[in-house]
Design a protein around this ligand. Sequence first.
Ligand SMILES: [Zn+2]
Length: 246
Amino acid sequence: MKKRILTIFAHPDDAETMAGGTLLKWAADGHAITLCLITDGDKGTADRNDSPDAVIERRRAEQARAAARLGASILTLSYEDGILQPTLELRRDLVRVMRRVRPDIVVANDPTVWFRHGQYINHPDHRAAGQAAIEALYPAVKKASIFPELLAEGLEPHVVQEVWLGPTDEPDVWVDIADVFDQKIALICEHASQFPPEPTRNAFARIAREAGQERGLALAEAFRTVRLSASTVHALSDAEAHKKGH
Ligand SMILES: [Zn+2]
């Protein structure tokens, strides 16, 4: 069955860097992908003479080229880059997006990650985006009584089946990306203002090798996943019954 997949990230390029290989595989399998960008990445320049509008225009063009490789559509919320907070306003906006797109799978940042590889402090926008996505997923997306104004917009509650989070220190799903690794680098490098080809290939090869190590995979993407259901208590009860062999 073809699935609807929604990525929710702070910046252009976050979905591609974190889950590009997995997204390429899903796209090849015919699943429908929507990329939700919370900001336009307007701080993504080292040139002080760059205006935010010029940066946004450049990055939108890059994002469009990357999305074309995935056959994905793009939704932008145009929050300001660099100072994102997991506000109720953002939570409501993400509930609106999820009730519109009605995804089977949501891919987002793991908001519990502060550090990676001993060399990287996770961007606070990534943690804020991940937190806002998770707080939107439960319980607001599936609960009609939260943000009733969305019902007035005709946006009915929806149950997202799976959440895939990364980068993460607690992975439980590994995707072998060896066969799409070159495509992943090409996908990331569509964001040419951010990613020069050679160091990008080396850096993401290292990340993919480290992610695959635990499972004996040469190159992988690793995710922390959550399986949701309409009723958490029923799902937990069924899992318990299943364990006992009933
Ligand atoms: Zn980012």
